[in-house]
Design a binder for this molecule. Sequence first.
Ligand SMILES: C[S@@+](CC[C@H](N)C(=O)[O-])C[C@H]1O[C@@H](n2cnc3c(N)ncnc32)[C@H](O)[C@@H]1O
Length: 243
Amino acid sequence: MSNTFYAPGEQRAAKVNDLFARIARRYDLINDLQSFGLHRSWKRRVANLARVRPGDRALDLCCGTGDITFALARRGAEATGLDFSAEMLSIAAARNRQPAPITESQVPRFIQGDAQQIEFAENSFDIVTVGYGLRNLTSWQRGIDEMFRVAKPGARLIVLDFGKPANPVWRAIYFAHLKMSVPLIGLLFCGNASAYAYILESLKHYPAQLAVAQKMRELKLANVRVINLLGGAMAINYGEKPV
Ligand SMILES: C[S@@+](CC[C@H](N)C(=O)[O-])C[C@H]1O[C@@H](n2cnc3c(N)ncnc32)[C@H](O)[C@@H]1O
């Protein structure tokens, strides 16, 4: 059955924007519930893989409420979070006003923009990340092309997203969780089952970790790696722009 928030082609962005506008206030809570809090450690893993060096410029695409952006900033990067949802960005920006173990120079900047048409010049960033964002783009390939374009030679490109487990039994169990428990959590805590049923729908249309790795190889990224988490239910793709 198709999902209210999924549409192929050019209508996709408007539907995705509408989805995140509706769930923004409950987004962080539901992330904790549906992943049993594990998303926090996966995002830390992304930030650690980025190997932030003093003075590094980092761009976190589809930053949402800013988890990865803040993690990069805390490690010393001059971090920018980019997202097209005003509602998600306003929550990220509000976190900047809360007392946090972050120094003034580490406060990230958040900007509104389209991850498929990034406003920055080529070779601008030492680190480019995207967490749970690529799957939502009209063209995930275009998203990676843009990550590559704005990355400096030697930059680390890192993608975190839902994956597709290779083991068919585990995949069936995991897809059942996405089909039943996750929308139920969405209904109970956000009053919106469909917004959370969208995760499985979008994943069905996203070729996930293996295709992302293949695309990174086609771009001739160095040290391309797939890090499967929870047996491939989540995955991190890593690569470095050639020097
Ligand atoms: C699932 S959230 C991920 C948020 C955050 N990165 C995280 O890991 O918690 C996906 C985010 O992608 C954003 N997004 C989707 N399509 C986008 C696009 N074309 N350009 C910029 N942001 C986009 C949405 O607004 C939403 O905030």
